[in-house]
Design a binder for this molecule. Structure first.
Ligand SMILES: *Cc1c(COP(=O)(O)O)cnc(C)c1O
Length: 477
């Protein structure tokens, strides 16, 4: 019965929380870390030591030494003191990753957000008349200029834009949608469910792969309130397929006095074919086809902040704006500032291409990615050559974020085969690094795709990789 005695004496000699808080280690950081965090760190560490001793656990040194425990607690306190939401390096090559916050913002957008958030602003004040203004006036003219729409407004995100528009245009009625367009976007946005939540009945027409104009025609009845077209943004029906163009739906809508709405999803302002991307209708083309209401995201291919843009005919936009739920979905001044600045860049297409990070990444050539991958490889070889094998490999990047599902951006990436740890371990350590690096694993190698890594992040990238391979134990964080 030797063990219980040792256990009990270890448990008895665990330092009390007060004692830890008064220790020199804690005293030296008390001006830098809030008391609440020091307290949490002390309690968590002592609890973990107590459990370790009780369970005779082997993965944690069994100690009741106050110095050691204080040191462990301080390490934890620094970790707890760091922001939880923090920048990561996206080395996946996927440009729009909803999990990684979608589009990074342009400098101009960041400056605008900073200026407006730091100070009071004319958010809802008309500086000319001194009267109350509209928060959407700051972006409406720009959206109209860039898309040809008569009027526009903005809400929190595109899901909100679709929901609000449906409710405002067709509440209590039915919307006719092609079966091939009943999309689900990651994270539970499903057109049929959104319609239900908006109080709009779903009238599906056609089949999964083919829907004809006559299908819409024969579905129209007294309950019909809207013709809806949804961009199949994250999938394609290939082969024997057919859908009805927006222009045809507009003709039909006119005949029956029904509004036509199109959810474009990504909403491209530019023709992206010069970047090797497939031909997609731009917002301006969709508006020109006569669609009454077009909705799209601010943080997909537009490359701006999270927002849902609603553009189209004045009368329809007015109805949407006046809907009681509009207030619940309205976006804040930071979003509007970032969106305005991003849209302003689009007024000069060359500036947009060189300053909006998403467009820059899209237009990066294969040769540029090869060059950058080569530079990263030679740096890794010169500093960590004995720890890993690195090479430049061909790798196609994807746009992601439910946009352009079939397009592939041809280019090159770094492939790493670590010598002392597994690829999975390296990937985990990079993810837990400072800053975190998010990579991909392919064919037994860890991949870093330079397309989504900003050149000014490369030093930090090296820092995280170096720390990851130097770590002797799996990180206990
Ligand atoms: C992405 C997408 C949405 C949802 O947009 P959020 O901005 O993420 O709310 C809705 N419809 C389509 C077709 C989409 O691609």
């Amino acid at each position: 019965m030797k063990k219980p005695t040792v256990t009990n004496s270890l448990l008895r000699s665990l330092p009390g929380i007060d004692k830890l808080l008064q220790s020199p280690q804690f005293a030296s950081v008390k001006n830098q870390i809030p008391h609440a965090i020091l307290l949490e760190a002390a309690q968590t560490t002592v609890d973990a030591c107590r459990n370790g001793i009780r369970n005779n656990s082997t993965d944690r040194p069994q100690t009741a030494d106050p110095n050691t425990i204080a040191q462990q607690a301080i390490v934890l306190a620094w970790q707890l003191n760091r922001p939880r939401l923090r920048p990561v390096i996206n080395a996946t090559g996927t440009l729009l990753h909803t999990n990684l916050g979608r589009a990074p913002l342009a400098d101009a957008a960041l400056k605008a957000v900073d200026a407006v958030a730091r100070s009071y602003s004319n958010l809802e004040l008309n500086l000319e008349s001194g009267k109350r203004g509209s928060r959407f006036s700051h972006v409406e003219k720009l959206i109209c200029q860039l898309t040809g729409a008569e009027a526009a407004t903005v809400v929190n995100n595109n899901a909100g834009a679709v929901m609000l528009s449906l409710a405002a245009l067709a509440f209590g009625k039915e919307a006719i949608v092609s079966r091939g367009e009943l999309v689900e976007i990651g994270g539970s946005f499903r057109i049929p469910e959104v319609m239900e939540a908006s109080g709009v009945g779903l009238r599906e027409v056609g089949s999964t792969n083919k829907t004809h104009l006559k299908d819409y025609v024969s579905a129209i009845n007294g309950k019909t309130g809207l013709l809806l077209k949804v961009h199949t943004s994250n999938y394609r029906i290939l082969g024997f397929s057919e859908d009805v163009s927006g222009a045809k739906l507009v003709e039909l809508g006119c005949e029956h006095n029904l509004p036509v709405m199109e959810d474009l999803g990504s909403g491209m302002l530019f023709d992206m074919t010069p970047y090797g991307l497939p031909r997609e209708p731009t917002v301006a083309e969709t508006i020109a086809a006569g669609i009454d209401i077009v909705t799209f995201s601010g943080d997909k291919l537009l490359g701006g902040p999270q927002a849902g843009i609603i553009a189209g005919r004045r009368e329809a936009v007015e109805r949407i704006r006046k809907h009681p739920m509009a207030r619940a979905l309205r976006c804040d001044k930071m979003t509007l500032a970032g969106l305005e600045a991003t849209l302003r860049l689009y007024l000069d297409p060359l500036r947009a291409k060189s300053e909006i990070p998403l467009l820059k990444m899209l237009s990066t050539t294969a040769a540029e990615t090869k060059l950058r991958a080569g530079e990263i490889v030679s740096q890794l070889n010169s500093t960590l050559g004995d720890q890993m094998e690195c090479s430049v490999v061909e790798e196609t990047a994807t746009v992601g974020g439910g946009a352009l599902p079939l397009s592939e951006l041809v280019g090159f990436a770094v492939a790493i085969r670590p010598k002392t740890i597994s690829v999975d371990q390296l990937s985990m350590r990079l993810r837990r690094g400072r800053p975190p690096v998010i990579s991909r694993i392919q064919d037994g190698t860890l991949r870093l795709n330079p397309r989504t890594i900003r050149p000014d992040e490369e030093t930090l990238l090296m820092h995280t990789i170096t720390a990851a391979v130097a770590e002797s134990e799996p990180a206990g964080r």
